[in-house]
Write a protein that binds this ligand. Structure first.
Ligand SMILES: Nc1ncnc2c1ncn2[C@@H]1O[C@H](COP(=O)(O)OP(=O)(O)OP(=O)(O)O)[C@@H](O)[C@H]1O
Ligand SMILES: [Mg+2]
Length: 302
């Protein structure tokens, strides 16, 4: 559905996207995952034909860049800052959006009814967009992007800043759409959402650092992760301990990545003892997508 080869875009001195190639197959949920400023929006805009790459090529649904307009007809796009009209109701926003695509009223009403049932907004049709919660606003934006019945949906950080419960609901909707056959490209800064995609591309500083299914990325990770609880919350306690590949701190526990547990575990014990810090627990855990991403991001910097 999407083929991108060597996409590059520079703004002044910033290389926002640097030689990115990826393919999104029909029927998958493909996640573009990376931190703020990684280049997600710039990449998505190039894929959708909204900005022209400095280098590289895109083809969408088999159409080359020159004919991308044809593909855009069967594509839904929800930009990072989707413009809803706060002083229009939910239904009026949908009508407005549908009319931009020259859909007639009956068609819009029929489709809106179906999609609002999926997005859970059926009871809010008459509410002004300004009075919706953040999560509901995003659902309305999604509803608007779906009114054209696209075969492919491109969503740029649709859940950014949305509360965890609403994020879950939003993903349930994406799963349902995907089950009905829709191909979805979605960008997100949230690692837990990376776990929910069939394919993931990690992007950092404009470059893709890894692509694959969550399970294959974890399988190829090559390090063991130990979860440690210690009598300190100092995130820098392990600084300077060479046997550790990476250390992350999550509120009350450390995740450390090690190559050789037989050598690393005694060294960790000695290190903490030398600092008079009690080791409360230490157990091996499955690597999370966040562990994989942290490790890849470090590699990039070195
Ligand atoms: N129109 C522009 N003019 C100048 N610099 C830009 C422009 N658009 C993006 N950039 C820069 O390119 C880099 C990548 O930005 P981009 O918005 O693509 O990242 P992102 O991953 O979408 O970030 P976020 O998660 O914050 O939305 C950033 O350094 C950004 O400041
Ligand atoms: Mg962005």
């Amino acid at each position: 559905m999407i083929k991108a080869a060597g996409l590059t875009k520079t703004f002044g001195k910033t290389v926002a996207v640097d030689g990115v190639s990826l393919q999104v197959g029909k029927g998958v949920i493909f996640g573009l995952v990376g931190p703020d400023g990684a280049g997600k929006t710039t990449l998505i805009r190039m894929i959708c034909g909204l900005i022209t790459p400095d280098r590289g090529e895109v083809s969408l649904m088999g159409y080359p860049a020159a004919e991308i307009e044809k593909a855009r007809k069967s594509m839904g796009y929800m930009p990072q800052r989707f413009s809803l009209y706060g002083d229009l109701t939910v239904m009026e926003n949908i009508n407005f959006f549908g009319s931009l695509y020259k859909l007639d009223r009956d068609t819009i009403n029929r489709r809106a009814g179906e999609i609002l049932a999926v997005t859970g907004l059926l009871n809010f049709k008459k509410r002004f967009a300004d009075n919706l919660s953040g999560g509901m606003k995003q659902k309305l934006a999604l509803t608007c992007s779906l009114v054209t019945r696209p075969g492919m949906l491109v969503l740029d950080e649709p859940t950014y800043g949305v509360d965890p419960e609403s994020r879950k609901e939003f993903w349930k909707i994406l799963y349902r759409l995907n089950k009905e056959g829709m191909t979805i490209l979605v960008s997100t800064p949230y690692m837990d959402e990376a776990e929910l995609c069939k394919q993931v591309a990690f992007i950092n500083k404009g470059k893709i650092t890894a692509i694959g299914s969550p399970s294959s990325l974890k399988k190829d990770f090559g390090f063991k992760i130990f979860e440690i609880r210690a009598g300190t919350r100092d995130p820098e306690i392990f600084n300077g301990l060479p046997v550790l590949k990476d250390v992350s701190f999550y509120g009350d526990k450390f995740h450390v990545a090690v190559k050789d547990p037989a050598a690393a575990l005694p060294a960790i014990g000695e290190w903490l003892a030398g600092k008079n810090v009690e080791m409360m627990s230490c157990k091996e855990v499955e690597p999370s997508m966040e562990d994989v991403f942290v490790s890849l991001a470090e590699k990039e910097v070195l």
